[in-house]
Design a protein around this ligand. Structure first.
Ligand code: SF4
Length: 383
């Protein structure tokens, strides 16, 4: 087997097209890097999903989450609703409260800005920071904020009660902003804006989850470019804890309802290339619920994490794709020869090595939940 640690860009451009024997070799090399990194352990985070608002100023072609004011399904959660969902998660053994929401809707909808102002908040991020604190103090869950693009000041504001955060880079292709493309009229999906968020998180020392969304009109080489863009930021700051390789799924009632979906093999090939680009440094995840019939096979691609799984709430971004039951996830993982372990929203290596993390008041709670390896203590795991 060739040593494919820390792949060069030219090698990655070649491997993202691999087929036949070369594809098998790619999977073997990716699996070997995972073996050296995390052995037989595959992780997931037991989380509750809190969709704080489904208003958004962007209009991504594949999105079924977003609503506009006036739509009866448009909703911004009140603090009482946030607490009720978080509390249900706590009772179900969750450790993480994942806040996922639309991006900067107040800049598009004056009525929503008024809603915030009447309650004493300047912006969605301001409201989110308050809700992270509320959940942290009232339920004991650890928030993980995922509000899209953020400035450095916003990340600083959030980090006290959201010790880790996330934002999918998705793609660095500017072509996707053109009319008819996935990110047309989406100011928060401008690649430079998202890369700036990754940089700002690095400057703040926040363990950060990001990733790419494949099959939305990018070329294979552009996938490689996006992965290397993440790698370049990580080399400067060392804060990227996880890279998600997410496959586009076509949804009814969207502009991309008829857009072709990537095949599982395409997803696996891309995840294997990601595994080799990041070498021993970063965790690589594929969400299992977006490939419900085949997800055990995805382990062949060198991934070491299944992401957040909620026992109490839908995947509000992909509501038609149910999370697997954790018991089933464990069974599938073990059948493939691995052990499933619960992790926290902050990955073990960042719990051990990220000194900035421990300045946040919320970090001490993570320390209390973790074992010596940085995973959830076995007596606190729920199956
Ligand atoms: S995918 Fe995210 S940014 Fe795009 S429209 Fe939906 S909520 Fe907004």
């Amino acid at each position: 087997m060739r040593d494919l640690h820390n792949l060069t860009r030219d090698e990655a451009y070649a491997l993202i097209h691999a087929d036949g024997g070369a594809l098998e070799e790619l999977f073997d090399a990716a699996a070997e890097v995972r073996r050296q990194r995390t052995g037989r352990i595959i992780t997931y985070s037991r989380k509750v999903f809190i969709p704080l608002t489904n208003l958004c100023r962007d209009v991504c072609a594949y999105c079924t989450f977003v609503r506009t004011p006036g739509d009866p399904r448009a909703h911004t959660m009140t603090p009482e609703e946030v607490l009720a969902v978080a509390e249900a998660g706590r009772r179900a053994g969750c450790k993480e409260a994942l806040f996922s929401l639309g991006e900067r809707p107040e800049l598009r909808y004056p009525e929503y800005q008024s809603w915030l102002t009447e309650r004493g908040y300047q912006s969605t991020i301001d409201y989110l920071a308050a809700m992270c604190r509320l959940v942290f103090e009232e339920t004991g869950l650890v928030p993980h904020a995922n509000p899209g693009s953020m400035t450095l000041a916003e990340i600083q504001q959030l980090k006290a009660f959201s010790p880790s955060m996330g934002m999918m880079l998705e793609s660095t292709s500017p072509r996707l902003l053109r009319p008819g493309q996935a990110h047309h009229a989406c100011p928060d999906k401008v690649p430079a804006v998202r890369l700036h968020t990754l940089e700002a998180a690095g400057e703040c020392g926040v363990p950060f989850t990001t990733g790419i969304l494949i099959g939305i009109g990018e070329t294979l080489d552009e996938r490689v470019d996006a992965l290397f863009a993440i790698q370049a930021v990580h080399e400067r700051y060392g804060h990227i804890q996880e890279v998600i390789v997410q496959n586009f799924r076509a949804k009814a009632d969207t502009r991309f309802a008829q857009w072709p979906e990537p095949e599982p093999l395409d997803l696996m090939r891309t995840a294997a290339v990601a595994r080799l680009i990041f070498g021993l440094q970063v965790n690589v995840q594929i969400p299992p619920n977006l490939t419900p019939d085949h997800y055990g096979a995805l382990l062949r691609s060198g991934i070491n994490d299944w992401g957040g799984i909620s026992p109490v709430t839908l995947d509000h971004i992909n509501p038609e794709k149910a999370w697997p039951e954790v018991g089933r996830l464990k069974q599938v993982t073990e059948l493939a020869g691995f052990e499933l372990r619960e992790r926290l929203s902050v990955y073990p290596e960042h719990l051990r090595e990220n000194s900035t993390l421990w300045q946040a008041p919320s970090a001490s709670r993570l320390g209390g939940l973790a074992d010596a390896a940085g995973l959830v203590r076995r007596e606190q795991e729920c199956w």
